[in-house]
Design a protein around this ligand. Structure first.
Ligand SMILES: NC(=O)c1ccc[n+]([C@@H]2O[C@H](COP(=O)([O-])OP(=O)(O)OC[C@H]3O[C@@H](n4cnc5c(N)ncnc54)[C@H](O)[C@@H]3O)[C@@H](O)[C@H]2O)c1
Length: 270
């Protein structure tokens, strides 16, 4: 055994939520390249098909389970499908998330609730269902328990705040606290739970917001951020920049790391 073996995922089963686009898609492909079978979850079954095709192209296989992380029963079905159809659950990567920005003094209550429900409650349902399954699997392992992983997705907005994101920054800060508790509760079952906090990553969440659209950044704010990043010498991240860190947190190479949030922003926030 060399240290390189600690970073392989051969024979493992991974669930990736929000795997149809952006960071989730990059994580799913990285897992496939590492040798894991991947359950591709997304709200949108069409984009999930594209990800599964990329997983197969990377030399692995998987299944699609479309579903909404806001719905407890969808999440439970997803975990059950990994156990029944892929034969286990070693890694739960909770990537699904969304923004719906607005200044605090104008933010409708529904917008607050929606963002807390998708990002925070959705991550809670995913951690809960994964932990229940992983505890059972750990009991079945007997004395020598395999390590299993839960990875959550926060944001630098959850650590430092961000204009127009009272809802999103609250949800993402909550995920950091929840990660610590999940980590503590996972100790006896050899389940490590860690979190990534991405900075500015080139996905649809950071695209220019079109007139009337819900997702994206108003052009002026976007240009200001890009100018600041350019001034500071920080490039905009790509989904693979986050996927590499999520991948590390999914391998045995990170077995002695739990409850941590890793800020992955290329230096935008340190
Ligand atoms: N892009 C960034 O700069 C950035 C920065 C910090 C954190 N993040 C976080 O990274 C994660 C991934 O974001 P992204 O930038 O790749 O966005 P994205 O919109 O490109 O991809 C997110 C995917 O999640 C899916 N999704 C959304 N709501 C869902 C739900 N309720 N149930 C299941 N699937 C759902 C979407 O259909 C989409 O395919 C999110 O949690 C986001 O908050 C992104």
């Amino acid at each position: 055994m060399s240290i390189i073996d600690d970073f392989k995922l051969d024979g493992k089963v991974a669930i990736v939520t929000g795997a149809g686009r952006g960071i989730g898609q990059a994580v799913a492909v990285a897992y496939a390249e590492g040798g894991a079978k991947v359950l591709v979850n997304d709200l949108d079954a069409n984009v999930a098909e594209e990800t599964l095709a990329l997983v197969r192209k990377a030399g692995s296989d998987g299944i699609i389970v479309a579903g909404n992380v806001m719905n407890k029963s969808d999440v439970e079905n997803t975990v059950r499908a990994a156990l029944d159809k892929l034969g286990g659950l070693d890694i739960m990567a909770n990537i699904a998330g969304i923004t719906r920005d607005g200044m605090l003094h104008k933010m409708p209550e529904e917008t607050w609730d929606f963002i807390i429900d998708v990002n925070l409650k959705g991550t809670f349902f995913c951690c809960q269902a994964a932990m229940a399954a992983m505890r059972d699997l750990a009991k079945a392992d007997g004395k020598v328990k395999k390590s299993r992983k839960i990875i959550n997705t926060s944001s630098v907005a959850g650590i430092y705040g961000n204009k127009g994101q009272a809802n999103y920054s609250a949800a993402k800060a909550g995920i950091i606290g929840m990660t610590k508790t999940v980590a503590i509760e996972g100790l006896m079952s050899n389940v490590q739970c860690n979190c990534v906090a991405p900075g500015w990553i080139d996905t649809r969440l950071t695209q220019k917001k079109d007139e009337g659209a819900n997702i994206g950044i108003p052009d002026q704010d976007r240009q200001q951020t890009l100018m600041y990043m350019n001034f500071m010498g920080v490039r905009m991240g790509a989904p693979i920049d986050i996927a590499r860190v999520v991948y590390f947190l999914s391998t045995s190479g990170s077995d002695y790391l739990t409850g941590m949030t890793i800020n992955v922003s290329g230096g935008l926030k340190t």
